[in-house]
Design a protein around this ligand. Structure first.
Ligand SMILES: C[S@@+](CC[C@H](N)C(=O)[O-])C[C@H]1O[C@@H](n2cnc3c(N)ncnc32)[C@H](O)[C@@H]1O
Length: 178
């Protein structure tokens, strides 16, 4: 099994365990996760990315799932606060947090990652109803490459006073239940 197959298997496991119906996805890129979500015919997805994501659009078209997918181009910092409380029962966070330092996003920019993800973990968790599911990717990515994500997730758990589960594939998905 490839690492990507393992990732998709774990993402499906999360879906089958918590049975979300309305997912907010932050960070789309090639649409690997979008495709997993939309392969479940009962699921609707709202996705945000700061860039256009033509490969993801192609995958959604191939699935004939356009009527269950809303794609918004913009910065999560601006768009997440605009959603109504309880609009989603799961939020999936997989953002590289681009900044002025360059096209590869914030890889290795600890302070920037930490600040942005800490902000969005709180905002996204607040959006969820009781028993809603928050999934934050990149908890265990290579040292130096998402260390800010890991620290933000750890601090968030401490602040909540609540444990989380980690699915250790791809970047490592940290799962919180509200
Ligand atoms: C790791 S990729 C997402 C991968 C995708 N979830 C998947 O499973 O294939 C991260 C994405 O975050 C997006 N991104 C970076 N900073 C952002 C921001 N401030 N607001 C919205 N999207 C952002 C990038 O454009 C990139 O497509």
């Amino acid at each position: 099994m490839t690492a990507m197959d393992d990732y998709k298997r774990n993402l499906n496991k999360i879906i089958l365990t918590y049975r979300p119906r309305n997912i907010l996805e932050l960070g789309v890129e090639a649409g690997i996760s979008t495709e997993v979500f939309l392969s479940h015919s009962e699921i609707k997805v709202t996705s945000i990315d700061i860039m256009d994501c033509p490969a993801a659009k192609g995958k959604v078209l191939a699935l004939k799932a356009n009527d269950r997918w809303k794609f918004l181009i913009g910065d999560v910092a601006d768009l997440v606060p605009k959603f109504q409380l309880h609009s989603f029962d799961m939020v999936f966070m997989d953002i590289t947090y681009y900044d002025a330092t360059g096209g590869m996003g914030s890889k290795g920019n600890y302070e920037h990652e930490f600040k942005c993800l800490s902000r969005d973990l709180k905002r996204c968790f607040n959006l969820l109803p009781t028993r809603g599911v928050l999934v934050a990717n990149d908890y265990i990515r290579q040292v130096g490459e998402r260390a800010g994500h890991r620290a933000a997730i750890n601090d968030f758990a401490i602040e909540l006073g609540q444990p989380f589960t980690v699915f250790p594939s791809r970047g490592g998905m940290a799962v919180f239940i509200k």
